[in-house]
Design a protein around this ligand. Structure first.
Ligand code: NAP
Length: 249
């Protein structure tokens, strides 16, 4: 039970990596609040976790809204008495080069992927402080470490998450709050399903990965679990790369 008695809030937890993290956290003893704009999927994930012996609550959360974040954090504290862990996981992916990226697309991606992380962190810090500390895990990407030939706003948003995490870590370390970023490579989820349905592209991604395969949501979830847990108690402001070796070259 690596998260015994911990309370965790996971954004974008209805499906994909967020849902896998929610299941793993619950198996490890955490009480989990999942927040997402996808209500049907969110309720399904909530029911699955509760039916398998975990403790989970779904709430509707739009990460671009400060009020929505305030009520999500409030719900976690009201329901479970405190907040120990925030996973800023919600995100969207868009693939356009610079010239083809519209100003609207840029704003939408930055709003969800970057501002969403800022608003979540801002809403959670008072509750984490009140708790005597906690762990914030921000899901960036390898796209937050290196340039990408087919996405522009997305890489900018994930780069923003990387350095915002370090500022959070420095500013709140003395409150016992740790903040670290996670940088997954290509992971098979519904987010990447459209691009990975192209066989040539899929094979290219595998060929560029030294470990010779794409990642799974579980590969990432175990890294997030580690950073969320007390096992990582001397880690803050760091970057956990989970990419099969892709950025090591
Ligand atoms: P996913 O299956 O699409 O899950 C992301 C979840 O976030 C979805 O349920 C999505 O709902 C939700 N979301 C979107 N906008 C939201 C908002 N405004 N408020 C609340 N929730 C919102 O994607 P995933 O692959 O699990 O990705 C999870 C995170 O990992 C993302 O931050 C992504 O950028 C990052 N990541 C993914 C990969 C990869 O290869 N899959 C690699 C590196 C990093 P909608 O479906 O309605 O948008």
């Amino acid at each position: 039970m690596r998260l015994e008695n911990k309370v965790a809030l996971i954004s974008g937890g209805a499906r994909g990596m967020g849902a896998v993290e929610a299941r793993l956290f619950a198996q490890q003893g955490a009480k989990v609040v999942i927040g997402d704009i996808l209500e049907d999927e969110g309720r399904r994930t909530e029911a699955e976790i509760n039916e398998s012996g975990g403790e989970c609550v779904f709430i509707r959360l739009d990460v671009t809204s400060e009020e929505s974040w305030q009520s999500a954090v409030g719900e976690a504290v009201n329901r479970f008495g405190k907040l120990d862990i925030l996973v800023n996981n919600a995100g969207i992916y868009r693939t356009h080069n610079v010239v083809d990226t519209t100003a609207e697309e840029w704003d939408q991606v930055m709003d969800i992927n970057a501002k969403g992380v800022f608003l979540g962190t801002k809403a959670a810090i008072p509750a984490l402080r009140e708790n005597g500390g906690g762990s914030i895990v921000n899901i960036s990407s390898v796209a937050g470490l290196i340039g990408n030939f087919m996405s522009s706003a997305y890489t900018a948003s994930k780069g923003a998450v990387r350095l915002f995490t370090k500022s959070t870590a420095i500013q709140y370390a003395r409150d016992g709050i740790r903040a670290n970023s996670v940088h997954p490579g290509t992971i098979e989820t519904l987010m990447t399903a459209p691009i990975l349905s192209d066989d040539a592209y899929r094979q290219d991604r595998i060929d560029r990965t030294p470990l010779g395969r794409l990642g799974t949501a579980e590969d990432v979830a175990y890294g997030v679990l580690f950073l969320a847990s007390d096992e990582a108690s001397f880690m803050t402001g760091s970057e956990l790369v989970i990419d099969g070796g892709r950025t090591a070259e």
